[in-house]
Design a protein around this ligand. Structure first.
Ligand code: ZN
Length: 93
């Protein structure tokens, strides 16, 4: 969200601006600073905890193989990675 005009950014715009440095608001054209904030660490902790629990649960099922467990883990990591742009915070310069 833009700190000047409050405009919400589309996912593609957030991704293009990256996780750090500066970005320009496509609405008002003002330049702001991008910081990754504490959300990033929290997101990774939550994702890791969820994946460990999920793996432990799936291991109880006899038909679940290692390949499936790895697939689930990879999907979870990819999901967390996709959410990363949402952890960015925008500050006025
Ligand atoms: Zn703006």
């Amino acid at each position: 969200m833009c700190p000047y005009c409050g405009a919400r950014f589309l996912y593609g715009q957030v991704k293009r601006m990256g996780g750090r440095g500066t970005g320009r608001c496509p609405h008002c054209g003002k330049v702001f600073r991008i910081t990754s904030g504490r959300g990033r660490a929290a997101l990774f902790c939550a994702a890791a905890a969820a994946l460990v629990c999920l793996n432990l649960l799936l291991m109880q099922a006899p038909a679940v193989g290692m390949t499936f467990l790895l697939g689930v883990t990879a999907a979870g990591v990819a999901g967390a990675w996709l959410l990363l742009p949402y952890t960015a915070r925008y500050r006025k310069k």
